[in-house]
Write a protein that binds this ligand. Structure first.
Ligand code: SAM
Length: 204
């Protein structure tokens, strides 16, 4: 059964960080036969051209509530505060996996609550905050590839070398690749390096 991954865009703007994350989710979903919907995108929002041209991206002005009004019980909200962890069996029941299109923050401000209030069944991806693209990647591995959450290789709070003298710690959990490196969207390390003078908070 084809799964739909929905990111409900909850910020008024769409900055460079979110742009790279959404493009990454679109490319990976497209390559793996999953559908990716970016919902609640305001009509007046100017989509960056590179993102708009990314294969696999479907943009919707409607909210997740409107789009899936007739299938609410098939929607699973990935929620850092949920009581139950996501399991491969959840892939047999749920058809739509919903994520907050929110930038990570440290400490987390629980903006996922905006979606929780709508009454969707929630599942957690472990105790650590992930970036949105990581949360989608992990969910896909669990429900498509049937890998249990605890068997996925992770890197927590990796340090990035910003320049010769500076390193910065990313306050998130990432999936580890074959070279033991955190998987990040194309262009993310360059974006962080370029904005090294700004604080990470400004970037998010
Ligand atoms: N600080 C955030 C908040 O205010 O809720 C977390 C935002 S996180 C960067 C973006 C989205 O990824 C969340 O809305 C959620 O859907 C998903 N997510 C991230 N980490 C998660 C976890 N450990 N369990 C479940 N979902 C997670």
């Amino acid at each position: 059964m084809e799964k739909t991954f929905v990111v409900e865009h909850l910020d008024p703007e769409l900055g460079p960080w979110s742009t790279l994350e959404y493009a990454c989710i679109a490319r990976e979903s497209h390559a793996r036969g999953a559908r990716f919907l970016l919902s609640s995108v305001p009509a007046e929002l100017q989509m960056p051209a590179d993102l708009a041209a990314t294969k696999g991206l479907e943009v919707e002005q409607r909210s997740v509530e409107e789009i899936f009004a007739d299938r609410k019980d098939k929607v699973c909200l990935l929620d850092p505060s949920a009581q139950t962890e996501l399991s491969p069996q959840d892939g047999d029941h749920f058809e739509v996996f919903l994520f907050g299109g929110i930038l990570g923050d440290d400490p987390p401000r629980d903006r996922t609550s905006e979606l929780r209030k709508k009454g969707y069944v929630g599942r957690r991806l472990g105790p650590k905050q992930m970036t949105t693209d990581t949360a989608v990647r992990v969910t896909r591995m669990v429900v498509h590839e049937k890998v249990p959450l605890e068997e996925i290789p992770y890197v927590d709070y990796p340090e990035l070398q910003i320049n010769e003298h500076e390193r910065t710690e990313m306050p998130f959990r990432y999936v580890k690749d074959a070279e033991e490196k955190p998987i990040m969207p194309d262009g993310m390390v360059a974006l962080i390096n370029k904005d090294a003078d700004k604080s990470l908070d400004d970037l998010f």
